[in-house]
Write a protein that binds this ligand. Structure first.
Ligand code: GAR
Length: 211
């Protein structure tokens, strides 16, 4: 399977984005293979999802290593041992250290449940609701040393309704996450992504915003 992009997917929880990536791979719209799923949470439901599809899983708990750098070195080793070409953060609730970033320059993607640069960090949906924005959405971006600050690959917008709760907004955003994350990975697999400073240019595409 030499032409399939080798992915390592990092999760902490439900793993619905992992599931969407698996589904897109299985239906042939994403030319990739998940060589390893790594979870920092023993109870993450994403582990069950991975196992169901016979994907190897490694669990590395937050307290397993003595500091953040050692933790990240272990992550890097596991990913390199598995021949990973692109690292996918899918609800992975940890900040990466430079040890990790330097090992995979411009080869780590993240999905965030808000239209960055608005509402970075945790609870992006709650932050958007509390601020009172009328439009929110999600962002796939490369990871850099900041919190949700890396070059943006694709964004998708959703409406915010007056009667939205954090849950209803999160569900509407999640639907878009499941659509644009596999899309961004496929663009990478096709070699269509070019990074110029802060900007990501997609070859032959004029706009990467979906409404
Ligand atoms: C997703 O909404 C993702 O955007 C968010 O966590 C959820 C994971 O869901 N990530 C962040 O907030 C990162 N800052 P999933 O486990 O069902 O894919």
């Amino acid at each position: 399977m030499a032409d399939l992009l080798k992915l390592g997917v990092l999760i902490s929880g439900n793993g619905s984005n992992l599931q969407s990536i698996i589904d897109h791979i299985e239906k042939g719209s994403l030319k990739a293979i998940i060589n390893i799923v790594i979870s920092n949470n023993t109870d993450a439901y994403g582990i069950t999802r991975a196992k169901k599809h016979k994907i190897p899983v490694v669990i590395l708990k937050n307290g397993d290593l003595k500091n953040k750098e050692d933790f990240d070195s272990e992550l890097v080793k596991t990913l390199k041992d598995n021949g990973i070409e692109l690292v996918i953060l899918a609800g992975f609730m940890r900040i990466l250290t430079p040890v990790f970033l330097k090992a995979f320059p411009h080869k780590i993607m993240n999905i965030h449940p808000a239209l960055l640069p608005s509402f970075p960090g945790i609870h992006g949906q709650k932050q958007a609701l509390e601020y009172g924005v009328k439009i929110s959405g999600c962002t796939v971006h490369f990871v850099d040393e900041g919190v949700d600050t890396g070059p943006i690959i694709i964004q998708s917008a959703v409406q915010v309704f007056d009667d939205d709760t954090e849950e209803t907004l999160a569900a509407r955003i999640l639907k878009e996450e499941h659509r644009i994350y596999p899309q961004a990975i496929q663009l990478f697999a096709e070699g269509k992504i070019e990074i110029k400073g802060r900007k990501v240019l997609i070859k032959n595409v004029r706009s990467n915003c979906h409404r």
